[in-house]
Design a protein around this ligand. Structure first.
Ligand code: U2P
Length: 213
């Protein structure tokens, strides 16, 4: 279990880039929000994305999670977050571009299974992720639909369960895996170091840095 905590101390984080070119490095402890910036103030744009997947099983073994199927034994999307190299990030960049579920009606079935919330409202979760992060990525994803659609595609492309499965790391309530082995399996597949986060000593999230392309 302490191996899980040790993973948070990973000093460097490299981005998945076109042609496997490795980009920047950031310290996970450096993260803080650049509160209240508007898109206009952020003319410099952002530097890369943090692609965050969750493993709801750890949280949902202790909480009700009414919308999570299969006991949460499935990697799901938390979000795709624009980030700056200095470890800060923009948020809530366009308060006029409100989340509208009708814009993504063709994606809802997949979103419900691949981007569910551990709480009790899908819409609140998607609204939050769009308003906080999606509105800061309009130069890459100019519409709400393109943001959600592309994230689902990235989720299929970077299939964590497949990568871990190939390294013999499979869902279990009994086997304990070393965080180092989880991180190495992902590093061997993609050539970048992920951040592995835990909830009360169990896997909660895997963060991958992606470049803007
Ligand atoms: O890590 C705790 C919460 O901080 C927000 N976060 C963290 C790193 C980052 O690069 N960007 C960012 O927004 C996340 O908040 P949320 O999107 O869940 O509101 C993260 O859960």
């Amino acid at each position: 279990m302490d191996s899980c905590l040790r993973a948070l101390a990973l000093a460097s984080l490299l981005c998945i880039a076109n042609g496997a070119r490795l980009l920047s490095s950031n310290s996970v402890f450096g993260y803080k929000s650049a509160d209240g910036v508007s898109l206009r103030d952020e003319a410099r744009g952002f530097d890369n994305f943090m692609f965050v997947r969750q493993w709801p099983g750890s949280f949902c073994s202790k909480h009700a999670c009414p919308l999570i199927s299969n006991r949460g034994f499935h990697f799901t999307v938390h979000g795709l977050w624009p980030n700056y190299k200095d470890g800060t990030w923009p948020q809530f960049c366009d308060k006029d571009y409100a989340f509208d579920e009708d814009q993504i009606s063709d994606l809802l079935n997949e979103l419900r299974s691949e981007w569910p919330t551990v709480y009790d409202s899908y819409e609140e979760f998607w609204d939050h992720e769009w308003s906080k992060h999606g509105t800061c990525a309009l130069d890459v994803f100019p519409t709400e639909h393109s943001y959600f659609e592309n994230i689902l595609e990235l989720h299929r492309l970077y299939d964590l369960a497949a990568v871990l499965g190939r390294a013999g790391i499979v869902p279990s309530t009994e086997t304990v895996y070393r965080t180092k082995d989880v991180a190495n399996a992902i590093y061997n597949a993609y050539g970048v170091r992920p951040l592995v986060h835990c909830y009360e000593g169990e896997l909660s999230e895997i963060w991958l840095c992606l470049d803007k392309e």
